[in-house]
Design a protein around this ligand. Structure first.
Ligand code: IMP
Length: 415
């Protein structure tokens, strides 16, 4: 067992792990290292559009709602007010954990302020995508998990929240059905929605509570809190590549808001970025690689979506985006992931400025040797260290964690 205590101590009481690109940066491994040392593990925003792969006893499982740190037996798990929760998905994840001998229910609290994602939100998500494709030739490329429509209801102030799970929602849902059919021509099965609500009430009705109280009482009693961000900074509804973004705030400040934590509570923010870059769905991607390089990165990096299975678009790092992520989130530590995916590249381009002619690149010499499984910084090839140190210098933030392979232990922890 290596000693990560200096790194863990440097995180302080409240740490957020935030994606710095378009999601799928590989936040799970940093979470895995950090979560075991924290008392409370929280998710703040978004819903089942996220997908994180957790390996238990050699088997891969994909979770969408529960934070990946929830496997650690004694942690309190919080789903915060900023989230949108699809109840059948949550019940499936709880059942999956149970089959792995983990009973999360006694230590799970779901905010009564979080919004419910209904089946009809998913149907509407798909219908809106189809409409956009017909009208504009392309959609946003959403995950079709009902995220946009659930946040539409939330901001229109007609959403249904977790706190209402205990009330009779039949009449409300019947009215929604009429509205949906008249406005969008979308069908809805009221009985199915009611049956999903009844299952959830029975199984997790007791988990609904005031998570703001919970998290503040944890804070005041000196407990440590890990905030697991979802998606990535460039998908943020305010600061991302709008309209090709998700419908929630994906930054550190968004996560604090989603949990009801004040900004000054955050003691550290680990910004997670791949050593290259990927994106799923539509939207700008100025450093997208040409076909053959994109294919190489996709194959070496296994770049297919965990939630949708879609092949990810692949390209190179963008310095302006990294800098922006650093200042939007107040990144105190970088986690550069999947460095080994670049092992065979002759040259590694990085986008450095965006001008009228598009992105200007700086090229770094590749290292052409395997970094797979390396756990000591000094064992990295000199060209890989030069690449990492250039990122540190340009973003004014240290690279504390470097992923060198899929395995749990294949990571460099610098202190
Ligand atoms: P939505 O969040 O399903 O509405 O999708 C909006 C955009 O965000 C689409 O381009 C999705 O592919 C992208 N997106 C949403 N969640 C994730 C994620 O967890 N990883 C990567 N992309 C995501």
């Amino acid at each position: 067992m290596r000693d990560t205590s200096a790194f863990i101590n440097s995180l302080g009481q409240v740490c957020a792990i935030i994606g710095a690109q378009w999601g799928d940066e590989g936040k799970g491994k940093a979470t895995d290292i950090v979560a075991q040392h924290f008392d409370v593990i929280a998710r703040a925003c978004g819903g089942a559009n996220a997908g994180h792969t957790i390996v238990v006893a050699g088997h891969k499982h994909v979770f969408h709602l529960l934070p990946s740190g929830c496997l650690h037996g004694d942690k309190k798990v919080i789903l915060g007010s900023g989230m949108v929760v699809h109840l059948p998905t949550l019940l499936e994840e709880i059942a999956l954990l149970r089959s792995l001998d983990v009973d999360i229910v006694p230590r799970l609290t779901i905010s009564h302020e979080a919004h419910i994602v209904f089946g009809f939100h998913r149907t509407l998500d798909a219908a809106l995508e189809e409409r956009r494709s017909k009208q504009k030739g392309k959609g946003i490329g959403t995950t079709k998990r009902g995220i946009g429509p659930a946040y539409m209801d939330k901001t229109a102030r007609c959403g249904i929240r977790m706190g209402e799970l205990h009330t009779d929602l039949r009449n409300e849902l019947i009215q929604r059905k009429t509205l949906l059919e008249e406005t969008y021509g979308v069908a809805m099965d009221v009985e199915e929605e009611l049956s999903d609500l009844a299952d959830a009430r029975e199984q997790i009705g007791g988990c609904i509570g005031d998570t703001v109280e919970d998290i503040h009482s944890a804070l005041h009693s000196g407990k440590t809190i890990l905030v697991e961000g979802a998606q990535g900074t460039l998908l943020d509804i305010d600061h991302g590549t709008y309209p090709y973004v998700t419908s929630s705030s994906t930054t550190a400040s968004g996560a604090l808001q989603g949990l009801g934590l004040p900004p000054r509570a955050l003691t550290s923010c680990i910004g997670v970025a791949k050593a290259y870059c990927t994106r799923v769905g539509e939207g700008e991607f100025p450093t997208e690689a040409e076909d053959s390089a994109a294919k190489r990165l996709r194959e070496r990096g296994g770049e297919f979506g965990a939630t949708t299975g879609r092949p990810r678009r692949c390209g190179w790092l963008s310095l302006p985006d990294l800098r922006r992520a650093a200042y939007l989130n107040g990144i105190t530590h970088w986690n550069l992931t999947k460095l080994d995916v670049l092992d065979e590249e002759d040259v590694i381009p990085v986008g450095i400025t965006r001008g009228e002619q598009g992105m200007r690149y700086q090229e770094f010499p590749g290292w052409k040797t395997s970094t797979a499984g390396i756990t000591g910084y000094d064992s990295l090839p000199a060209n890989a260290r030069a690449y990492i140190e250039w990122i540190e210098e340009q973003t004014q933030s240290p690279v504390a964690l470097i992923g060198t392979g899929q395995g749990r232990e294949e990571i460099i922890v610098r202190s």
